[in-house]
Design a protein around this ligand. Structure first.
Ligand code: UDP
Length: 240
């Protein structure tokens, strides 16, 4: 990157965001901090920031090559990325291919049931409310996005799902569910932003159905770091 890193703009749960001398670019730092259950459970996963930086970089490059525009510009070093400056649409866009997590709990379903077609959920990004589930009408009435934008965001989410399911299956992993965030460029164009990593996806080993994601931290299953390392190793050998 030619631009210089300037002051920190924001510190989130998993990343810090810095301004740069280029008004169109931000500099991200991936942290080892891990939270779950709306911040109730806090901890650290050793070198998570390093692993998620590389995992997200590999995945965002793969998605860009396959026609999904995103904010990724370059991975600078172990923990840092340069990204395009966007305004995040305050939505968690979730796709579910199998029941798990909050959906399994809310509907009293066992985990792992196939969902065909995949289920798209929107949550309103508001920490103090615990990111409540909302629907298309809420998004439009609250002016979080226009009707056309909701259509575009939904189409992007399904396309990302198809590409990620294929990629992870080639890595011997089942993509159970995942969350993405969408950003608006100054032009108004919508692009994929934030991260895609074992923090934001549920990934199960295709042979053993072992959990290979943040559920190992959420549920104290042990070998958390090992799961992240394994996901990174498989992606590297698939994409490198
Ligand atoms: N997710 C996320 N951030 C959140 C909430 C969910 O990345 O703040 C991801 C989560 O890792 C899972 C998917 O979105 O892959 C669906 O999560 P769910 O709604 O089941 O909630 P959770 O069980 O994570 O509370």
């Amino acid at each position: 990157m030619d631009a210089q890193v300037l002051e920190q703009l924001y510190e989130g749960k998993a990343k810090k965001v810095f301004k740069t001398t280029d008004p169109d670019l931000y500099y991200l730092e991936y942290k080892d901090d891990a939270t779950a259950f709306n911040g109730e459970k806090k901890g650290q996963i050793h070198d998570k920031g390093v692993m998620n930086n590389e995992i997200t970089s590999l995945i965002f490059e793969y998605l860009a090559k396959n026609g999904v525009p995103n904010h990724f510009v370059e991975r600078v070093d172990d923990r840092h990325q340069v990204v395009k400056k966007v305004t995040i649409v305050p939505l968690e866009v979730i796709i579910r291919n199998r029941t798990a997590g909050s959906m399994a709990k809310r509907l009293g379903l066992e985990e792992g049931l196939l969902l065909e077609p995949p289920v798209l959920d929107f949550c309103y990004k508001k920490d103090e409310l615990g990111d409540p589930l909302i629907n298309n009408d809420h998004i439009i009435a609250l002016k979080l996005a226009t009707p056309d934008e909701v259509k575009e965001i939904s189409a992007m989410a399904y396309r990302i799902n198809a590409l990620l399911q294929k990629l992870f299956l080639e890595c011997g992993l089942i993509l159970v569910d995942f969350k993405v965030e969408i950003g608006r460029l100054p032009s108004g164009a919508l692009i994929l932003a934030d991260e895609i990593s074992p923090d934001t996806c549920r990934l199960w080993d295709a042979k053993t159905l072992e959990k290979m994601d943040k559920d190992r931290f959420r549920r104290d299953l042990g070998r958390v770091e090992e799961a992240y390392i394994e996901v990174l190793k498989r992606l590297r050998s698939e994409l490198a």
